[in-house]
Ligand binder design. Structure first.
Ligand code: UD1
Ligand code: CA
Length: 462
């Protein structure tokens, strides 16, 4: 890999994001439509900020305030483009905020999968005073700007599809829109753009011919990955790039040694960090930041958000985990649900239809069937029987329950919080615990079992 020289000139990145996106047929502005749960503009900003620019300026228009407020904090510059008179006019709106001397890179809020290496390769000629343009050979160039070259193969101009002759329309090298050049040249050319064209717009693409006329060298580069320069205009294109992005993430995981039972059936909407020999079955969704330690196995159809799963732990099918830490060698699910704020120590077993919320569960403790455990601290080696419910809510406030080490709770027990159960206590099936239970011994509610042998079942009235 070649070393990128430290650029002497400050870099400005301008992201054009003023277009309306009518074809999305959505109230959400186009650049806020998500890929992997993050607005497209967020993906573009990630690529931009990785280049450590001096200025990052977003040109916004339609849905402007929604776009601005989706990216709060002072690190971005904003330029309003109203009305929207074309890509050249859009860049002109940002110009006053760009340091000169400097180099400007133009990105697009609706072209979300551009990568940092491609941008670095594009940028380098701009630091030596040239215009750098990213072009692409495509199978179907319809609708896109075509790159015109002379007999020597040097670029001479870009012609928009609507302005092109039938012969020019046969050219399969298209303008991706991405370009970089010295900011001073933009300041010279952008104010001189005209709009005498088929669309009556100020075309940014016309600066290429101005560069040629001024004797400025134009360097073209391209990428081997057409998806990097693919734009999104409708929901079908959004879905197509979502799949490509997910496939790329799946490939990275497999490169790291993760076993994906089907790389086409995983969705990562955030970051997924995996140790060695992690296995992920089909149709799992990972959101926020999830860490799976070595040897963790995630069954099919699980949803994990902001979660940590310890080494060697098995998560069985259809389990939901949110803002929860699970220790090593645990067995979780199928059909378990963790709501925010839970911490499970090593070797915990949580089985089917058990909901755990804001609770700590000590090493080796088990709740295998049909329980609710909320706002509860459970000690080590405790066993919580089927159907046990912690009644943590009195209708106004939440209260805590504390269950000691080695406690055995029978089936169908209610624990009415606030309440505590001492170490080693046994609680009989069907008990309603509303007072603190001392350590050891058996706690039960006095109940009698009656039998009425002369009982007659009610009969349906004729
Ligand atoms: C543009 C290029 C075309 C290229 C194609 C690639 C021009 C004149 N044409 O065409 O050569 O092949 O992109 O997709 O540049 N935008 C603004 N303000 C405006 C107009 C556009 O911010 O006034 C933004 C849009 O939000 C969008 C981008 O610029 O992100 C491109 O605009 P779009 O209308 O899609 O350009 P095309 O006509 O497709
Ligand atoms: Ca477009």
């Amino acid at each position: 890999m070649s070393q990128t020289p430290v650029p002497a000139l400050p870099l400005s990145v301008v992201i054009l994001a003023a277009g309306q996106g009518k074809r999305m047929k959505s109230d959400l502005p186009k650049v806020l439509q998500p890929i992997a749960g993050k607005p497209m503009l967020g993906h573009v900003l990630d690529a931009a900020l990785a280049l450590q620019p001096a200025v990052t300026c977003v040109v916004y228009g339609h849905g402007g305030e929604a776009v601005r407020s989706a990216f709060p904090g002072g690190r971005l510059h904003w330029a309003l483009q109203a009305p929207q008179l074309g890509t050249g006019h859009a860049l002109l709106q940002a110009l006053p905020q760009l340091p000169d001397p400097g180099v400007t890179l133009v990105l697009y809020g609706d072209v979300p999968l551009i990568t940092v290496p491609t941008l670095k390769a594009l940028l380098s000629p701009a630091y030596t005073g040239q215009v750098a343009w990213l072009t692409q050979r495509v199978a179907d160039p319809a609708g896109l700007g075509r790159i015109l070259r002379n007999q020597q193969g040097q670029v001479t101009a870009i012609v928009e599809d609507k302005d092109a002759t039938p012969e020019q329309r046969r050219i399969d090298e298209i303008n991706t829109g991405f370009l970089a050049c010295p900011t001073a040249l933009l300041a010279r050319w952008l104010p001189r753009l005209g709009n005498q064209n088929a669309q009556g717009e100020y075309y940014l693409t016309d600066i290429l011919a101005m560069a040629v006329a001024d004797g400025v060298r134009v360097e073209t580069t391209s990428t081997p990955h057409p998806w990097e320069v693919a734009g999104v205009n409708d929901k079908a294109q959004l879905a197509a790039l979502e799949r490509i992005h997910q496939r790329n993430q799946a490939q990275r995981l497999m490169d790291q040694g993760v076993t994906l039972i089907d790389p086409a059936r995983i969705d990562i909407r955030g970051t997924l960090e995996c140790g060695r020999d992690v296995v992920i079955d089909v149709n799992c969704v990972f959101e926020g930041h999830v860490r799976l330690d070595a040897g963790a196995r995630i069954g099919p159809h699980c949803v994990l958000r902001d979660a940590t799963v310890g080494a060697g732990t098995d998560i069985f099918a259809f389990t939901h985990v949110e803002s929860t830490t699970i220790g090593a060698e645990a067995r979780i699910g199928p059909y378990a649900r963790f709501r925010p704020g839970s911490e499970l120590a090593d070797g915990v077993h949580i089985g089917n239809f058990v909901e755990v919320k804001n609770s700590q569960i000590g090493a080796g403790s088990k709740a295998n069937h049909l329980s609710y455990i909320g706002d509860t601290t459970v000690g080590r080696q405790a066993n919580i029987g089927a159907g046990t419910i912690v009644c943590n809510y009195d209708g106004a406030n939440k209260h805590r329950t504390v269950i000691g080490d080695r406690v055995h709770i029978g089936s169908d027990v209610q624990l009415v919080a606030p309440v505590s159960v001492g170490d080693g206590a046994d609680i009989a099936a069907g008990t309603t615990v509303w007072k603190d239970v001392p350590p050891g011994g058996l706690t039960l509610n006095a109940k009698t079992q009656l039998h009425k042998p002369d009982w007659k079942r009610p009969q349906k009235k004729k």
